[in-house]
Design a protein around this ligand. Structure first.
Ligand SMILES: Nc1ncnc2c1ncn2[C@@H]1O[C@H](COP(=O)(O)OP(=O)(O)OP(=O)(O)O)[C@@H](O)[C@H]1O
Ligand SMILES: [Mg+2]
Length: 292
């Protein structure tokens, strides 16, 4: 990792955001899990989404990616209203990973990535059954592109291994490769380093910088504050569904409301957040969340 990773090109504030979420609200009966959340994401940005367990982070992702139809609010992508349907969202250029890893356990790493790629192929059921020249060409291209993506995330060596036999950190990277296979402009990551050791976490940071440098915008949920503050251009903190603070890592890190939301009040708490000690500020181990 070099310091240059953290220097991003200044962007024009007038530039159209890639994603514009306004007033996104999601109710479950009497519970307002996401409450009037606004978020703009610009091309080439890495945005962090933090907040204590149950703050509504995953639910917000579910609203952005069409798994939930928000109770109210609007999600615009490239200036157009996004239909709340996962397939349409992927086709529009948004891809995600899940808090609970969702891989095809009995397929190889390569096949898992190929599945992600099929949303960009055009062979219909008929061409697929007769396996005509168009199908064979697309299949070859899909395989080549998927192999490239495995290389990009550092998994070439395990390309032929079944997903279920991969170590946890590799499974997380494989999910990222599968999401990238859909050719997104914006990648949403839900706790990409949950369960990783410190070395794997640093590798994940490198990978996310590499993804940003390849031209994508990234929004990442994470409890590991060191990870968030190293990576992100801006950070949004949610508490009980509501946006508490949106700012640069330095602003969020020093905001007493964020410190209080995470670890209570007092000088000790402030010191802990300033130190960015992940063991202190990581929050309870992920309980699985609501990926829907
Ligand atoms: N499908 C659902 N039905 C009912 N309540 C839900 C549903 N999905 C989420 N919730 C509730 O909404 C709130 C926000 O949950 P969510 O999973 O979005 O939090 P989170 O910020 O991702 O937490 P964590 O850090 O633990 O993953 C919680 O109180 C949760 O129990
Ligand atoms: Mg969650």
């Amino acid at each position: 990792m070099t310091a240059t990773h953290q220097i991003t090109e200044p962007r024009s504030e007038s530039a159209e955001p890639l994603l514009r979420a306004t007033g996104v609200t999601m109710r479950f009966g009497g519970l307002v899990a996401v409450d009037s959340v606004d978020l703009d994401v610009h091309p080439g940005e890495i945005v962090g989404l933090i907040g204590p367990n149950g703050a509504g982070k995953t639910t917000f992702f579910n609203c952005l990616t069409g798994l939930y139809k928000p109770t109210s609010g609007q999600v615009l992508f490239n200036g157009s209203v996004l239909a709340p349907k996962p397939r349409k969202v992927v086709q529009a250029g948004m891809a995600r990973t899940f808090q609970n890893i969702r891989l095809f356990a009995n397929m190889t790493a390569l096949e898992n990535v190929m599945v992600g790629r099929y949303c960009r192929t055009t062979s219909g059921p008929f061409t697929s059954i007769i396996r005509g020249p168009k199908f064979r060409r697309e299949e070859r291209e899909t395989r080549e592109k998927s192999a490239e993506l495995l290389d990009f995330v550092g998994l070439t060596k395990v390309s032929g291994n079944l997903a279920r036999n991969l170590p946890y950190g590799d499974q997380r990277r494989l999910e990222i490769a599968r999401a990238l296979a859909t050719d997104p402009q914006l990648l949403l990551l839900d706790e990409p380093t949950a369960g990783m050791n410190p070395q794997e976490t640093r590798q994940a940071e490198e990978l996310i910088f590499k993804i940003r440098d390849s031209g994508l915008a990234v929004v990442t949920i994470e409890h590991d504050m060191r990870f968030i503050f190293t990576l992100c251009d801006r950070v949004l903190c949610l508490v009980q569904g509501r946006p508490l603070v949106l700012g640069t890592p330095a602003e969020v890190q020093s905001d007493p409301r964020v410190i209080e939301a995470y670890i209570g009040t007092g000088a000790e708490a402030e010191e802990a957040l300033q130190d960015k000690g992940p063991e202190l500020v990581k929050g309870p181990e992920s309980k699985g969340g609501h990926d829907a």
